[in-house]
Design a protein around this ligand. Structure first.
Ligand SMILES: Cc1cc2nc3c(=O)[nH]c(=O)nc-3n(C[C@H](O)[C@H](O)[C@H](O)COP(=O)(O)OP(=O)(O)OC[C@H]3O[C@@H](n4cnc5c(N)ncnc54)[C@H](O)[C@@H]3O)c2cc1C
Ligand SMILES: NC(=O)c1ccc[n+]([C@@H]2O[C@H](COP(=O)([O-])OP(=O)(O)OC[C@H]3O[C@@H](n4cnc5c(N)ncnc54)[C@H](O)[C@@H]3O)[C@@H](O)[C@H]2O)c1
Length: 475
């Protein structure tokens, strides 16, 4: 259906204004739909207000600290006694300003495109009906909006331990970190997934003493093992204390800080840790309770996520879902893609189902860890037959010039054919370098295509081309 030539204007109600919701709203409005977005916190959702934007802005400051800290190795005299210091009040103000501006920008763009934005709480009350309680009319009668389709993009919230309720002063979840007057003296980070690793890295660079509690043998379970080991090595050399094979059982306030109680193998040596602050980064739970989903017949998984197919359809034909509430891949980019796919499907536009094996992602630690496509674990398990080349950046001239001492690039090419099927980059700004590999994986480029493409000399990207060259298949 080409909506621009059609007299019929489909209508779409979206609950949740994060990347899943706002991207879908923009595309749907552009395609001519009548769109309403209901958001309870602010446009941009958790991604913009509490998760991605604030954490990456904090990490930008931490990264500046890193660069200033290593400037002396490059011959920069910072002057006697001049130690870089993060001024947290200023850092936090900047974070909240950037998040607020970003949220405003998104709202304005949507409104310019004719999207109706409602600040309030939405609930599904039928296959085509959403009830909304507006914040500016909380005691009034809720409005019921009827539309051709509903898109659920309600996201997720931090998981909390009953025995460690966050108070936003000493015991934190990741949404509460942006009002610290000072850099924490000793930050205990519980959970060594992506969130825990990023904050452990950031607070370390900001000057805090950091202890990272990991329930597994190593940090970043499930990520590329070489990358995780390298990061753990960097953590160790920076003085981050990784307490492995330990689970936090609870946390309590002490006179001047917190005590975190541990269980598990690691707790035999360390039954508790005292620190000034503790951050719980122990995963998220989908915001699907009290949304009227069971009554509407929308099927959920055991974990409470909304079941969707490759084009974001739920078990109810008129209801779609996208983003963290679906449990597919907790990434802003995936949420946005799922939202766009839902809209394309609804509007009868060309639609390609989500292809999770093409997702590129980045862990914003120092160094960053970026991945795309097939993983080393999948190659090792025999799921994919691949040739693998791993090149350390230690021999890369640009890396030497910039003082980059730790990092590598790894390229996976299909055995026999040489098609690029995956890659890992560990380096400062790996998030930017991975795009060339993502392009290669998505468009099934050959290693020779990468090798034959000019790179700038000297550049970190030169190592990507060199890895591809080493994977050349001689016919
Ligand atoms: C600390 C942290 C850092 C991250 N960093 C990155 C990163 O660097 N890159 C990346 O790709 N991903 C990152 N992520 C993941 C990313 O934040 C999520 O994948 C993304 O936010 C998902 O978008 P979404 O649209 O599903 O939901 P969200 O961004 O969670 O937005 C959902 C919105 O819906 C609202 N809502 C819920 N219920 C209702 C209701 N009934 N009525 C009205 N509104 C409602 C919520 O309040 C929320 O504002 C990070 C996550 C965390 C926790
Ligand atoms: N840069 C990014 O793109 C980025 C950043 C942050 C989060 N995310 C997304 O968010 C998703 C969730 O990541 P996450 O790290 O928040 O959650 P997660 O569920 O991946 O990791 C939480 C970790 O905490 C551990 N844990 C749970 N309870 C514990 C306890 N009591 N004591 C010690 N450890 C405990 C778990 O075993 C797990 O390893 C990721 O899949 C990622 O996609 C992305």
């Amino acid at each position: 259906m080409s909506t621009s030539n059609s007299t019929y204007t489909p209508s779409l109600t979206i609950i949740g204004g994060g990347p899943g919701g706002y991207e879908a709203a923009m595309v749907a409005a552009k395609l001519g739909a009548n769109v309403t977005v209901i958001e309870r916190k602010g446009m941009g959702g958790s991604a913009v207000l509490t998760d991605v934007v604030p954490s990456k802005t904090l990490i930008a400051t931490a990264d500046s600290m890193r660069r200033v800290g290593t400037a002396q190795d490059l011959g920069v005299d910072l002057g006697a006694g001049a130690e870089p210091r993060a001024v947290m009040a200023q850092v936090d103000r900047r974070i909240l300003e950037i998040a607020g501006e970003q949220s405003q920008d998104i709202q304005q763009v949507l409104e310019r495109r004719g999207v109706r934005v409602i600040h309030g709480v939405g609930k599904v009350v039928g296959p085509h009906e959403v009830e909304v309680r507006r914040h500016d009319d909380a005691d009034g009668e809720p409005e019921v909006i009827t539309s051709d389709a509903i898109l659920l993009c309600v996201g997720a919230s931090p998981r909390e331990l009953p025995s460690a309720q966050p108070d936003g002063e000493r015991i934190f979840n990741w949404t509460q970190l942006y009002s610290l007057a000072e850099v924490p003296e000793h930050m205990i980070v519980v959970g060594s997934g992506v969130t825990g690793a990023e904050f452990a890295s950031a607070y370390d660079l900001l000057g805090a003493k950091v202890t990272l509690v990991s329930s597994r043998d190593h940090v970043l379970p499930g990520e590329d093992q070489d990358a995780a080991e390298l990061l753990e090595h960097v953590f160790e050399s920076n003085g981050v204390n990784v307490v492995a094979r330990s689970r936090a059982e609870g946390a309590e306030r002490t006179e001047d800080g917190v005590r975190v109680h541990l269980s598990g193998e690691g707790a035999k040596d360390t039954p508790y840790i005292d620190g000034s602050h503790v951050l719980f980064a122990v995963g998220g739970i989908p915001n699907t309770a009290d949304l009227g989903l069971e009554e509407a017949g929308v099927e959920l998984t055991e974990s409470g996520h909304i079941k969707v197919d490759g084009v974001s359809r739920t078990s109810v034909p008129s209801i779609y879902a996208a983003g963290d509430c679906t449990g597919v891949f907790a990434l802003a980019s995936v949420a946005a893609m799922q939202g766009r796919i839902a809209v394309a499907h609804l509007m009868g536009d060309a639609v390609k189902p989500l292809r999770p094996h093409l997702v590129a992602s980045n862990i914003f630690t120092s160094p960053e860890i970026a991945t795309v496509g097939v993983t080393q674990a999948q190659v090792d398990s025999g799921k994919y037959q691949a040739d693998v080349v791993k090149l350390d950046f230690s021999t890369n001239p640009r890396a030497k010039m910039q003082g980059v001492t730790a990092g590598f690039v790894k390229v996976f090419a299909r055995k026999g054919s040489g098609t690029v099927i995956g890659g890992v980059v560990v380096a400062p700004r790996a998030s930017e370098l991975i795009w060339s590999l993502a392009l290669a994986v998505t468009h099934k480029l050959h290693v020779d295509d990468l090798a034959d493409t000019f790179t700038v000399y000297p550049s970190m990207a030169g190592s990507l081309a060199e890895a591809a060259r080493r994977l050349h298949v001689r016919l």
